[in-house]
Design a protein around this ligand. Structure first.
Ligand code: T46
Length: 139
């Protein structure tokens, strides 16, 4: 038994929509509706048809992931259980906790994957080898 997060701790959060006749706005704001300080924002786009990304875990990073446009699927893995999450609307954010392996697939044409991250880019925070990930999970 350890106190690491499981795939069941990674939930889809519904963001409020501010709507008027000109369209919608959804907001993620530090200290309001996101449970960590946003240190970095990045987005994946122009992902070729059939491409898969991810294939790594992070020791400390947590993220909110939003399908800003289009759709894609995250496969989350805690070393024991896997969970697939399909994101297809900008008012839904997937909260990925630390220590979770992820793969991304089925990007629709023109999709944009927006990521709000709790840490600056740090290569040493990555586990890019699955056995290293399992050692971390079981350690
Ligand atoms: C995740 C998904 C959604 C940087 O130089 N700075 C950055 O902030 C990032 C995120 C990446 N890079 C470089 C490092 C690699 O040479 O871009 C290259 C690809 O990065 P990465 O392997 O992280 O890319 P993805 O798309 O597989 O994964 C990224 C996140 O890292 C990951 O945690 O959940 O986006």
């Amino acid at each position: 038994m350890n106190n690491k997060f499981s795939v069941n701790d990674c939930c889809v959060v519904e963001l409020p929509i501010v709507h008027n006749e000109s369209g919608n706005i959804s907001v993620l704001e530090n200290h309001q509706n996101i449970p960590f300080d946003i240190k970095r924002i990045y987005y994946l786009y122009d992902v070729p048809m059939g491409a898969e990304r991810g294939g790594h875990g992070h020791y400390g990073l947590q993220q909110y992931v939003v399908a800003a446009s289009g759709s894609f699927t995250f496969v989350l893995d805690d070393g024991k259980n896997k969970k697939e999450v399909f994101l297809n609307h900008p008012n839904k954010a997937l909260h990925i906790k630390p220590g979770i392996w992820r793969e991304m697939k089925d990007f629709s044409s023109g999709s944009v994957c927006l990521v709000l991250a709790s840490m600056e880019y740090t290569e040493s925070d990555y586990m890019r080898d699955y056995q290293e990930f399992l050692n971390f999970r079981n350690g």
